[in-house]
Design a protein around this ligand. Structure first.
Ligand code: PA5
Length: 469
């Protein structure tokens, strides 16, 4: 299939929006660097270093996952993802984008799919309680996802629901209520899988959590939703074909996107990168993007080991909702933001505002306009207002929110982040800042091996705090 995504960067340009935009000659002067980055990434891919770039083509692995999902659909009504971060957000983005999302459980089961929900992205006991109040454990299968197999949030939820499932169906039968996704060999979850004999799928060790949406992590839940995985992969592959074959900024949308973001951040002080889809179904996609961006680009050290403290701040906004919340700031606050809209040309369902109150000008003009038309006019009007105020903004457009378009969107942002990391000369694939927090949690919760760590933290916590009112 051919790529259907476009990136309109007109309103990023100084020639259109004035001094806060990027000048055409700046783009020309960075062209050689962009080509070098493209070449470096393609060389890394060729050497097998970028595991996630292989995923769009792993059609057979996707077929196996679809087969597993079909078996689960036969036996259960409810598929629950227990994961956090990269082991959660991609599947949530797919769920919201391609199904009726939070309304799914009120509707008949989708063809070939079942109800899918998420727990494990937090350790909030109230959320756990409310979730369990709606779940029939005898008809539920839990998909516990943790690449490391040691993460506190999903593992504690797993231990809790495992006990409840054993209470509900018995020790022997409980095993069929769990499918685990983890590393092939490493981690505590792998040990548990081996000990219990749970069914498991592998998260490839060369694909980082936030780049794993097109592995078993996102694909098994997608298949459980009844989504045709080949369509998601075809979209990602179409974007990849476009990206890998062109080092020309004007032909490679992810490279252009990364280049403009880099220039805006480093030459114009535009350190905040806002993604604002005009589609409620892309709300969770915004959260997926936010994690991808923040964990990949927020780094203390560059590749030389020099302290650089890099990283534009990602913000997930939502059109049209945030027009009545954020847009005032975006139009009149500091010139420190880049706004990227996602626009969906044709929505899957539409409705027309009926005619009523013809004598009331405040509402009568709405009659006859479709909601599809209204939301897209809102997006265009917001972009226009920002442009008139000299605020850099760009628009990614997809013709419709299909599995193919979503696959393209995932892949577009993954590659844009990889290119950006090259511009910043940082490692997109590690997350030492997350590890530090995890270790402090292990220490405070009494994990063996972290005793010294715990002592140090406790000394700090036991200090008298004078700054509290
Ligand atoms: O992108 C990442 O690597 C992280 O966000 C992880 O996905 C997150 O910390 C969860 O880790 P795990 O899958 O090991 O439980």
């Amino acid at each position: 299939m051919k790529s259907v995504l476009s990136y309109d960067y007109t309103n990023m340009m100084a020639e259109v929006i004035g001094e806060h935009g990027i000048a055409g000659n700046e783009l020309t002067s960075v062209n050689t660097r962009a080509r070098e980055i493209h070449a470096k990434i393609e060389a890394a891919r060729a050497s097998g270093a970028l595991g996630f770039t292989r995923l769009p083509y792993e059609v057979d692995a996707a077929k196996e996952l679809s087969g597993l999902a079909s078996e689960l659909v036969e036996n259960f009504d409810h598929f629950v993802v227990v994961g956090i971060g990269g082991s959660d957000l991609g599947a949530r983005a797919i769920h919201t984008a391609l199904t009726p999302g939070i309304y799914s459980h009120l509707l008949p089961r989708p063809k070939g799919g079942m109800r899918v929900s998420f727990i494990g992205g937090n350790t909030d006991p109230r959320e756990l309680h409310d979730f369990l109040a709606t779940a029939d454990l005898t008809r539920t299968v839990f998909y516990v996802v943790s690449k490391s197999g040691d993460t506190i949030e999903p593992m504690s939820v797993f231990l809790y629901v495992r006990k409840l499932v054993i209470d509900a169906v018995g020790e022997k039968a409980h095993r069929r209520h769990f499918v685990m996704a983890t590393d092939k060999k490493k981690g505590t979850m792998r040990t548990i899988v081996d000990r219990e004999g749970y069914q498991s799928v592998i998260i490839p060790d060369d694909v980082g959590g936030r780049f794993s949406v097109l592995t078993s992590v996102g694909l098994l839940p997608a298949a459980a939703m009844g989504i045709d995985l080949s369509r998601l992969l075809a979209g990602a592959a179409a974007m990849d074909e476009r990206i890998k074959t062109s080092s020309n900024l004007r032909e490679n949308p992810a490279l252009m996107y990364a280049t403009l973001q880099y220039l805006a951040d480093t030459t114009r002080g535009q350190h905040i990168s806002i993604l604002m889809p005009y589609a409620a179904n892309l709300k969770e996609f915004g959260f997926w993007y936010r994690q991808l961006w923040a964990e990949s680009l927020g780094k203390r050290l560059n590749s030389q080991g020099t302290v650089v403290h890099r990283g534009p701040t990602p913000v997930a906004a939502l059109g049209a909702t945030d027009q009545h919340s954020q847009i005032q700031l975006y139009n009149e606050g500091p010139y420190d933001k880049i706004i990227t809209f996602i626009r969906v040309e044709k929505f899957e369902h539409d409705a027309v505002v009926p005619s009523a109150y013809p004598d009331l000008e405040g509402v009568s003009y709405l009659a006859g306009h479709s909601f599809n038309e209204i939301i897209n006019i809102e997006q265009a009007a917001t972009a226009l207002a920002l442009t008139q105020n000299g605020r850099v903004n760009g628009t990614i457009t997809v013709p419709a929110l299909t599995p193919e378009a979503l696959g393209e969107l995932f892949y577009f942002f993954e590659m844009a982040v990889v290119y950006l990391a090259e511009y910043y000369d940082i490692n997109a694939f590690d997350q030492p800042g997350v590890e530090a927090g995890k270790e402090a949690m292990y220490a405070l919760l009494g994990r063996r091996g972290f005793e010294e760590h715990r002592k140090r933290i406790e000394e700090r916590l036991n200090q008298k705090n004078e700054y509290i009112v």
